[in-house]
Design a protein around this ligand. Structure first.
Ligand code: HEM
Ligand SMILES: *[C@@H]1O[C@H](CO)[C@@H](O)[C@H](O)[C@H]1NC(C)=O
Length: 324
């Protein structure tokens, strides 16, 4: 209990101070040890995102999935080994849908050339998620991302299944899930706005939203039925865009889609299940600039979840394996 409230107050302090003290994280953490790191990561992300915007969506989701499981510690990047055959990246929420690992590899290679052994994979994931948001928002969502995270040594498929919210979660489950990470209901509403970009596999929503009575918009549902099989399975599981209006733009269109019942998941529709969250959705949809502003702050808050310091972590040489 005491530790939960301590965690909460650290998260709160982090949200208030933003760029300064967040669990020992600091904006410009590598200023002396690797001054070019943020530019190097940004250039790699830019290359990939301008070739394929979907990779940018993947990087933002990768950051979320890293932070929610074992904290923001790069644990989602670890490959299976004989000793640990089921790491996070093979868990159902992550496999086969999570993408962007190749961007992190390329960024880590470039960073290691400039400053060997200095920059953690966890920080590269945070920078890359931040940079993807910057490019996909047409340079409007500009985040000062604090750094100083260490890489973890633990990665478990079961933990990912327990800690990541499923697409069929209802509002109280979503709020509880984010509260367990020190994030508020409003943070949850604001971060869900990331569903304004990228795709989903049909299997993530067909059974909850198309095969049973649901509040989904009829025209929208019919478009989805043309793109998805009635019974998606690993051999036949296409993807659809999450936002049919501005598919590759990180903007507040998601909230307009929620209000229009043109969203894929029960977890998206659930934002209208209480007056308080409904009002947040309306404000994010209607007040210009509000969502972008709140999203920047919520991303920084998320970036401080369960950060490892001292002997809790290491600077990995390769992002896919722990050091010997
Ligand atoms: C609130 C609870 C959330 C649930 C239940 C959820 C669930 C999902 C699911 C099922 C997908 C589709 C994956 C696929 O089949 O390909 C998805 C995609 C995505 N999610 Fe979430 N998500 C949540 C919150 C978030 C948050 C907080 C972020 C980031 C801040 C985020 C960013 C994304 C992005 C960018 C995509 C598209 C990925 C791509 O195109 O590769 N989501 N989400
Ligand atoms: C949300 O889901 C949980 C778990 O399935 C259930 O116990 C709870 O009653 C649901 N809440 C609402 C408001 O539907």
């Amino acid at each position: 209990m005491a530790s939960a409230s301590l965690k909460l107050s650290i998260a709160l302090t982090c949200a208030l101070l933003l760029s300064s003290a967040c669990q020992g994280l600091k904006v410009g953490h590598y200023k002396k040890t690797c001054p070019k790191v943020e530019a190097i990561v940004r250039d790699e992300v830019k290359k990939f995102v301008y070739k394929n915007a979907g990779i940018g969506a993947g990087l933002i989701r990768l950051f979320f999935h890293d932070c929610f499981v074992e904290g923001c510690d790069g644990s989602v990047l670890l490959d299976p080994t004989p000793a640990n055959p089921q790491p996070e990246k093979l868990s159902p929420p992550n496999f086969p849908s999570l993408r962007g690992f190749d961007v992190i590899d390329a960024a880590k290679d470039a960073v290691e050339k400039a400053c060997p052994g200095v920059v953690s994979c966890a920080d590269i994931v945070a920078f890359a998620g931040r940079d993807a948001a910057y490019f996909l928002s047409r340079l409007t969502v500009k985040i000062d991302m604090p750094a100083g995270r260490l890489d973890g040594r633990v990665s478990s498929s079961t933990a990912a299944l327990n800690d990541l919210p499923p697409p069929f979660a209802n509002l109280s489950q979503l709020i509880a899930n984010f509260a367990a990470k020190g994030l508020s209901a409003e943070d949850m509403v604001v971060l869900s706005g990331a569903h304004t970009i990228g795709v989903s596999h049909c299997s993530a929503f067909v059974s909850d939203r198309l095969a049973v009575p649901s509040d989904i918009n009829t025209g929208f549902a019919n478009i989805l039925r043309k793109q998805c099989p009635a019974n998606p399975n690993p051999a036949n599981d296409p993807t659809v865009n999450q936002d049919l209006v501005t598919a590759n733009a990180l903007d507040n269109q998601y909230y307009k889609n929620v209000l229009a019942h043109k969203v894929l998941f029960l977890s998206d529709a659930a934002l209208l299940a209480s007056p308080a969250t409904t009002q947040m959705v309306r404000d994010n949809a209607n007040i210009p600039g509000q969502w972008e502003d709140k999203f920047k702050k919520a991303m920084v808050k998320m970036s401080a979840i369960g950060v490892k310091t001292g002997n809790q972590g290491e600077i990995r040489k390769s992002c896919r394996v722990v050091n010997h």
